[in-house]
Design a protein around this ligand. Structure first.
Ligand code: IPD
Ligand code: CA
Ligand code: CA
Length: 271
């Protein structure tokens, strides 16, 4: 990785963070619509996406960009090995559009099929998480570590739910068992921050189905903070472990297998 990329990525995420904060200074002035009639999007999602992509194209014109609002085609992502930027301009748009503080800009840089640098910036509480592969994870420049709880009954668990309302039965089964066997549950509404919060100990476990821009940066931050990041169902052949977007599970080394077992028991109907 070009040695300038980590500082560039961080500055870019923080500038985009300022942009989304400014655009929401007057909540009533936000322009909102629904993608495919379902998924909320604001003019700030589009503006931040453009701001980030323009800056990357200027600095690294040869690099490929995967960005939620302007370039969301992730079909060949598992086989692509060149320089790649993965961007969620606002993760937590529903929170953002309702005036909540749990929203973030997420930018990841990958090459050789692995994320090498990730930044997740929540401008509303002035928190920036960052990590570089092999160099640890940080919140506002202070090293972070995953919490060391050992029992699910003491664990605070977070998850999320899809915008498209399909069959909710498996999700409800998982919830039922989580509520029975874990300490409590949160649905905070920004997956990148959920994963970063596991990385720094505000949460103990996180699981969900996502899109690659939701987790690309945060998964590196979690791993570098000592969390185990993986999937609670087998990763399909031909799909890279790094970018597989379904059945994501993040926890410390002790809670991970316990939660893996719980979710599979739920799916087997043992509720
Ligand atoms: C969403 C958030 C949410 C998660 C959804 C994501 P968006 O991202 O991360 O927590 O449950 O699956 O789509 O739409 O706000 O960028
Ligand atoms: Ca997102
Ligand atoms: Ca988004």
């Amino acid at each position: 990785m070009d040695s300038a990329i980590p500082a560039f990525t961080r500055a870019l995420a923080e500038s985009a963070g300022e942009l989304i904060k400014k655009e929401r200074a007057v909540l009533e002035s936000l322009e909102t619509s629904y993608k495919d009639g379902v998924e909320l999007v604001t003019h700030a999602d589009i503006a931040a996406d453009k701001f980030i992509c323009d800056a990357i194209r200027k600095a690294y014109p040869e690099h490929r960009i995967l960005a939620e609002e302007s370039a969301p085609d992730m079909r060949d992502i598992s086989s692509f090995k060149g320089p790649l930027w993965i961007i969620d301009p606002i993760d937590g748009t529903v929170n953002y559009a309702h005036g909540h503080f749990q929203s973030a800009v997420s930018i990841a840089y990958a090459e050789g099929g692995r994320v090498h640098c990730g930044v997740v910036c929540n401008p509303f509480v002035a928190e920036t998480f960052h990590a570089v592969l092999g160099q640890g994870a940080f919140l506002n420049d202070k090293a972070i570590k995953v919490a060391q709880k050992t029992e699910l009954r003491r664990a605070l668990v977070a998850t999320g739910f899809p915008y498209i309302k399909g069959d909710m039965t498996p999700l409800v089964r998982r919830l039922a068992l989580v509520l029975q066997e874990c300490a409590d549950l949160r649905r905070l509404g920004a997956a990148s921050l959920d994963i970063c919060w596991v990385a720094m100990g505000r949460l103990d476990v996180y699981y969900e189905n996502l899109s690659v821009w939701d987790f690309a940066a945060a998964q590196l931050i979690a791993r570098e903070a000592g969390a185990r990041y993986g999937h609670f169902k087998p990763v399909p052949e031909g799909i890279s472990e790094e970018f597989h977007h379904q059945n994501i599970l993040v926890a410390n080394e002790t809670l991970y297998p316990a939660m893996h077992d719980l979710l599979n028991r739920a799916d087997a109907g043992q509720v």
